[in-house]
Design a protein around this ligand. Sequence first.
Ligand code: PEP
Ligand code: MG
Length: 907
Amino acid sequence: MASSKLVLLSPLQGWSAPLEETPDPVFSGRMMGDGVVIDPTGNTLHAPCAGTLIIVAASRHAVTLRADNGAEILLHVGIDTVGLAGEGFELHVRAGQRVEAGDRLITFDLDLLAQRAKSLMTPVLVTDSTAFSISRRSDNCSLRVGEFLMEVLAASDGESAPSAAPQQGIVERRVLVELEHGIHARPAATLAAVAKKLAADVNIVFGDRKAKAKSPVALMSLGVRKGDHIVIQASGADAESAVAAVEQAIAGGRDLHAAAAMLAATGGTASAAPARRQTSADPAGGAGSAAIGSAAAGSTAVGSAAAGGTAVGRAEPGAPAARAAGAALPSANTSAPGAAGALKGVVASRGLGVGTAFQFARAVIAVPEHGAGISQEAEALERARDSARTDLERTVNSGNTTAREIAEAHLALIDDPELVDGARALIDKGKSAGFAWRAVLRDGIEQLRALNDPRMAERADDLLDLETRVLSALSGTSTAGPVFPPETILIANELLPSQLVALDNAKLAGICLAAGGATSHVSIIAAAMDIPTIVAAGPEALRVPTGTTVILDAEAGWLYIDPPRMKVDLARSQLADKRQRRVAEQLAAQRECRTSDGTRIEVFANVGSEAEAHAAVRNGAEGSGLLRTEFLFLERTAPPDETEQLQQYQQIATALEGRPLTIRTLDIGGDKPIPYLPLPHEENPALGLRGVRTSLWRPDLLRIQLRAILRVRPVSQCRILLPMITDAGEIRAVRAMIDELRREEGREDPIAVGAMIETPASAVMADLIARDADFISVGTNDLTQYTLAMDRGHSELAARLDALHPAVLRLIAKVVNAGKSHDRVVAICGGLASDPVAVPILIGLGVHELSVVPAVIPQLKALISTLNIDDCAALANTALERETAEAVRALTLQCVSGLDATGRARE
Ligand code: PEP
Ligand code: MG
C-alpha cells in the first residue's frame, strides 16, 4: 500500500462543517467513516481526487471512489436521498470508471432536494478509518470546487485491500456461490448462526468488501448473487474445518442446514432457530429461498418517493372507475395541502368515502441523543433486546406460520454482533441506548437499500421493524398495528398488500395513496375489499393532517380536504342513499343479464378468496371468471401443499354454489414475488419469469396445483386458466401435464383449459392460440402495460395507463375475431371489464363474457340492460379509429346515455 499523503479537493461549492453537524446519526456518529460535511450552494458533485469509482448507487445519489493509495471516499449527496429513487439526480459516470480530480460525477436539482430531502448536507468520508486517518481538514468555511478539503494519511500497516495475499494464520478459499438467490436473508442468517458458535474468526470477502460471517446484515450487504465468487477467510483454531465446511455448503449450493450440522461436528453447534426454517416441504431447496415474509404492518413510510404532481382524472384499468370528464367539481385547489382544497389522483377502487384523514406511517419514536451514563444505557439496551426477544420467541411458538417466520428472521437479526457491537460502541461514546440502536440499524438499512435489490429492500424493512421493536421496548410503547377511529380515510405513500390486509377494514371509509398504480397488486386487493381507493395523489397527500375531515370521491378521483360543511352533509346523504339502493340493486342483479335487444352477456366475478366468492354471489355474479390463486398463497413462507390448496379451491367452489369457477394457475413473478419461490435475479422482472413461464420453470409446483384443482368436486364446475401465455406451445405443455395427471388418477372427466391473452405476442397470434385453448380470457391490465410499455405500478404514468387506448382495443378486436373463427368464448377479466365506459365498447367488439370486481356487478348489469348491440358495434368501430384513450372516453360519454358525466353508470 502506498503511504503517501492524499489531498482531497472540495467536490462541491458550499460551506464545510464538522461531521457532527450532519442531521443523521449514521454520519454524525462517524459510523460510515471520518470526513467533512458540505452544505452545497452548487449543484454539481466533482471528483475530489483521481481514482476509480467502485460503487455508483443505483439511486444516483452517492458514489464511492477508490483513490490511488487505496483510500475509499464516499460522497453522499444529501440525507435520506436514497428515497428519491434517482429523481432529481443525473449521473455523469458509471461504476468501474476511472476519473481525475475535478471530473463531474453527479448533477442534482438543488430545489427539488431542498423540498424533498431531509437535508442537503453532503458528507465526504474516508470510509476505512482504521487504515487511514485525516490529518487536516477544512471546517466551517466557504468552499469552491477544487479548493482544499482535507488531507488523508495511510496508516503504515494498513490492510484496506482484503483481496491481498492472505495474512499469516489466515486460511482462505475462493468459492463460487451457487445458492439460488445468492447470500440473501436466509443463508446469511444461517451462516451467521453457524459462525457465532465457532472459535475461529470467519470473514466473507466479496470483491473489495469484507463482512464478518457472524453478522447477517453485513453478509446481506455484500449483495452476493448466484454465480459470484467470494473468498472465505478464517483464522483461529478450527479455521481449516470452518472454511472447508462453509466452502462445501456454498460452492455446492446445498442446504446450509447441512453446513450447520457439519460445523457442529467440527466443533461448533448450529443454532436451532434458522434450522427450524428449513422445512422438508420447502421445494426451493431451503438455502435458496427467503425465509422472511414481507415486512409486518406498519412500515408504510419507507420506500420510494411519492409521485410528484397530480394526475388528470381518468378511469383506470385495474378497477372500475370513471373519468372526470366534464364533472361538476367545486374549484379544486391542488396546491394548498392541509388547507381547504382538493387533490387529484387516479381511481383504483370505485366508491365514495367520507371521514377523517389518518396518516399511516411508521410511528416515529423519539430518542434522546445523549445517554444517562454508559452502564445505565448498556443495561437498558440489553433489557430492551431481552424483552423484544421474549416477544419474538412467543410469536415463534404461536403457530401462525407467517408471523412465526418473520419473528424467526428478526430473532436472527436481534443478536447480530455487528449491530450489537456498533450500538455498544456508540453508547461508550455517551449516546443513549435508543440513539445508538437506531443509528446502527439505519446504517444497515442504508447499505441494504443501496444494493437496489427488491429482496434486500424487504430485508431493510425487517431492520426497520426490528428498530421499532427494540425502541418500543426501551420507551415502553406498544408495537401493535395502527389504531384508527371508524370512518377513517387512510393516507399513505404506498401500502404493501400484507399491510392492507392487516388493517381493520371495518373502520376504513377509503384509502388515498400518494404513489402507486391503479392496477398494482394492492389496488386490486382494495377493489376486491370494496374500499374506495385513489392512488398517485402526489406527495401533498402526505401533508394532510390526521384528523382533518375529508371526502374521497373515488369515482372521479379526488380527495377533498376540509370541505365545507354542506358538501360533507351532501356526501353523507349520497352514501346513505347508496347503501339503501344496494340491497335493491343486488336483488335485481340476480337476474340473467341481457342487452335491451336481448343479447345475452354473462357477468362473472374476479375473486381471490372464499369471502370474495360469497360477495360475488351476493352481487349477482354468474360464476368466477378469474380466481387469482396467488392471492391465496402470497403472505406465507412455504408453498401450500396439495391438500391445503384443494381445501381453498373447494371452499370457493362451494361458495359459488355450483356456478363456474375459473382457476388461474399461479401468476407469480413480476410485481408479485413470492418469498418461498426465489426467482433468479432479473434486471426487469416484468419481462422475466412470470405466470405460465414460472410454472413451466417449476413444474413440480404446477403439478401440485393441477392435482389439487382436479380433485375439486364437482370438477365439472372448474376451468383452468393459464396466465401470461406467449405461444401455443405453452398451452400444450400444461395440457400434457393435465392429461398425464388425469390418467394417473384414473379420471375420465375432461377439464377446459383456457389461455390468458396478456402479451401483445399472444394477441397477435390469437388465431393460433385459439386452436389449442378451450377458451380465451383477456387480461387487460398486463396487455395494456406491455402494449403501451408503461409499468402498471408506475405512479407517474398511472393516469396514462389507460386500457381504452385504441392500440389495446385493436388487439382485443383481433382476439375476439380469432375466438369467433375457432368457436371459442373470449372473455375479458382485466380491470377494463369493470369500467362502465369500456363495457359498451367491449360488447360492441363482440365480447359476451366479462369478469369483474364483485362490487360493481349490479351497476354493470343495469347499464348493460340499457345498451343496444348495434349501437355498441357502431361505437366500437368508431373508437378503433380514434387516436387516444381520452378521445375514446369522450366519444363513449357522448354516445351512451346510461353513463353520467363522470363516466359512472347512471343509478
Ligand atoms: C390482467 O393482467 O389483466 C389480469 C387479470 O391479471 P393480473 O391483474 O392478476 O395480473
Ligand atoms: Mg395479468
